[in-house]
Ligand binder design. Structure first.
Ligand SMILES: Cc1cc2nc3c(=O)[nH]c(=O)nc-3n(C[C@H](O)[C@H](O)[C@H](O)COP(=O)(O)O)c2cc1C
Length: 211
């Protein structure tokens, strides 16, 4: 295995593979230093035009986390009712969601701002530009997850805010042109999740020589 900048490359691949989505955390708070290092890693992700369209809203206080969790939960409940789920299931699922977000030691809401992205007069290119913004934000999120792993913290990417962007903006007083993309929950791990299987590489890769 090659050695680059003192890092054995195998260690890098093992590190990437050993990151898991951790959904249960100890009650211990995360230090500001750790949060800063993790978010700085997010900031070093690649972005289209180097526009760095990510915005991070850090929720540390119990009140704010619960306020957001309950606001999102209210819409989640209405959606499940529309789906025709039983009252019992709705109660269970919505309460679980509220508890998960309220009790996580730290929540980072990751948003997309189109402020620094290019503007086009036609829908086709504007749509592509928006997707590039989303892709850039996703790259930042992955850096954050890896940084949390490096800090031996557990983290999970939650898509809930995407389903209730307006409510999240309203609750956290975020401008309407800053689009919530994901919530990342972070904390000291209180579980060691099993490794969800991956597809075999041969199923998802096509080499031109095989065609
Ligand atoms: C875009 C995206 C959205 C996700 N949303 C959720 C979610 O809402 N709830 C959740 O428990 N996990 C969520 N996850 C985590 C995935 O379930 C997890 O990455 C996948 O099962 C593989 O497990 P691993 O991360 O431990 O390798 C999300 C991951 C991504 C990339």
């Amino acid at each position: 295995m090659p050695i680059k900048n003192g890092v054995i490359m195998q260690d890098f691949y093992d590190f990437v593979q050993s990151r898991r989505s951790v959904r249960n955390y100890r009650e211990k708070l995360i230090s500001r230093d750790q949060i800063t290092r993790i978010l700085a890693a997010g900031m070093w992700a690649p972005s289209a035009h180097n526009a760095q369209p990510w915005r991070f809203f850090v929720l540390e206080s119990i009140e704010k986390k619960r306020q957001l969790a309950e606001a999102m939960g209210a819409l989640f409940r209405r959606d499940l009712e529309k789906d025709g789920e039983t009252a019992e299931t709705i109660e269970l699922v919505v309460n679980e969601s509220i508890e998960r977000f309220s009790t996580a030691p730290l929540l980072v809401l990751v948003c997309l701002s189109m402020d620094t992205m290019d503007e086009y007069s036609d829908e086709r290119r504007q749509q592509a530009e928006f997707v590039m913004g989303v892709q850039s934000v996703a790259a930042a999120i992955q850096n954050i997850l890896l940084a949390a792993h490096a800090e031996e913290l557990g983290a999970c990417w939650f898509c809930a805010p995407l389903f209730c962007q307006g409510i999240v903006q309203e609750t956290l007083k975020i401008p309407s042109d800053v689009y919530p993309q994901a919530l990342i929950a972070l904390g000291e791990p209180a579980e060691s999740p099993l490794t969800p299987p991956r597809r075999r590489l041969e199923e998802i890769v096509v080499f031109d020589s095989e065609k």
